[in-house]
Design a protein around this ligand. Structure first.
Ligand code: PLP
Length: 367
């Protein structure tokens, strides 16, 4: 039995295993919401420089923190920022700071699975709020803030909200988040996980970072794994008041982010051309896939990220297997309590064409 009744996180299939199992040469991996592109400037840095691999990396990469602060705006400075081995690590630090065996964490249904795992590792009780069940809303199956509010008890110490959310792809307006935060006791810490924030359109005034000076109990997390294309290097960051960040740093190992991650993050965040191209590619792939889903009368959830979660109904498992045999890996969502849905990440034009071809062949569609 797994310790503490925790279901282990299952990552998307890895390319090597699929190649071997089905004896396929080319695999299209659309299961982990990665950016299909890498910044040329990052590649050049990795390939063309001498790296001091024998030395520890910067323990306090203040240059990167300053660059991030400048980039995110809202009068943040380097002391408002903590770097993590992926934003995952920041989520973990916050759970460790706030939760223990006599506390509760509220997690909206269909949330990123890591929230539950790290809360249970702290022995906290996990309270699951209801999703938005309005079928006519673009927030369908996304976060219902009223339900979250109703779950608050004297034991609540932490609330996780992803905005936009994975795997539902839904987004809640900042004014609603603001209203929600103003209704909460300050002793409850709230995380707004903005791993997919950069895919919002337009981004301006949509980030909860703008609320950090107003709410002392607020943490925002961001990732370099998505639009910045650095998933493999593992780097992300958390933003909060200087005092909160100081507290969180107690949990950070001295060298939690490595040299390549730090340097590549510096380069990628300033490579505006790359970020714009990534966003453009995502927008095109998104519009194109929505158009196909509409033609095939396939229902899909929120469309604010670099993936789409779509309804495959009873055929969900069969469609997953069909795609897998053709070398296309998407994500089944049984662990997320969405067994009738599959999630597909938005890849390159070629990758999307392969996915669309096999999706159409499954449904015998001639569109
Ligand atoms: C909602 C959400 N938060 C956080 C993460 C973790 O990202 P990172 O790679 O920065 O640890 C993911 C990764 O898929 C995610 O979907």
């Amino acid at each position: 039995m797994a310790a503490k009744n925790i279901t282990k996180y299952t990552p998307g299939f890895n390319i090597h295993d699929v190649k071997k199992k089905f004896d396929i040469k080319k695999v299209v991996k659309l299961s982990s919401n990665e950016n299909p592109f890498i910044s040329d400037r990052v590649t050049k840095y990795i390939n063309n420089n001498k790296h001091s691999l024998n030395l520890y990396p910067e323990s306090k990469p203040s240059k990167l923190q300053s660059i991030i602060a400048k980039n995110i705006g809202f009068k943040m400075n380097e002391k408002n920022i903590i770097l993590g081995n992926g934003s995952n690590e920041i989520l973990e630090f916050i759970a460790r700071l706030t939760l223990n065996g006599s506390t509760e964490a509220i997690i909206p249904k269909h949330s990123f699975l890591v929230y539950e795992i790290i809360s249970k590792l702290q022995d906290a009780r996990v309270i699951v709020s209801k999703p938005d069940l309005n079928k006519n809303s673009i927030n369908y199956l996304g976060i219902d803030l009223d339900s979250v509010r109703n779950k608050v008890s004297s034991k609540t110490k932490l609330i996780f909200l992803a905005n936009p959310a994975n795997p539902t792809g839904t987004y809640i307006k900042l004014a609603e988040i603001d209203r929600f935060l103003s209704s909460l006791p300050q002793k409850i810490t709230v995380i707004i996980d903005e791993a997919y924030y950069e895919y919002l359109d337009p981004k301006k005034d949509k980030s909860a970072i703008s609320l950090i000076k107003k709410y002392n109990n607020l943490f925002v997390t961001r990732s370099f794994s998505k639009i910045y294309g650095l998933a493999s290097l593992r780097i992300g960051y958390g933003i909060s008041s200087e005092k909160n960040i100081e507290k969180l740093k107690l949990y950070k190992q001295p060298f939690n982010t490595n040299l390549f991650a730090q340097k590549a993050a510096e380069i990628a965040i300033n490579d505006h051309h790359f970020v714009n191209e990534s966003k453009k590619n995502n927008d095109i792939a998104l519009a194109d896939l929505i158009s196909l889903f509409d033609k095939l009368s396939i229902r899909y959830l929120g469309t604010y990220c670099n993936f789409i979660t779509f309804e495959a109904g009873k055929s969900s498992e069969a469609l997953f297997e069909h795609l897998l045999k053709k070398g296309v890996v998407v994500r089944p969502l049984i662990n997320y309590k969405l067994p009738k849905y599959l999630r597909v990440s938005l890849g390159t034009r070629r990758e999307m064409n392969v996915f669309k071809k096999h999706l159409k062949s499954f449904y015998n569609a001639k569109v």
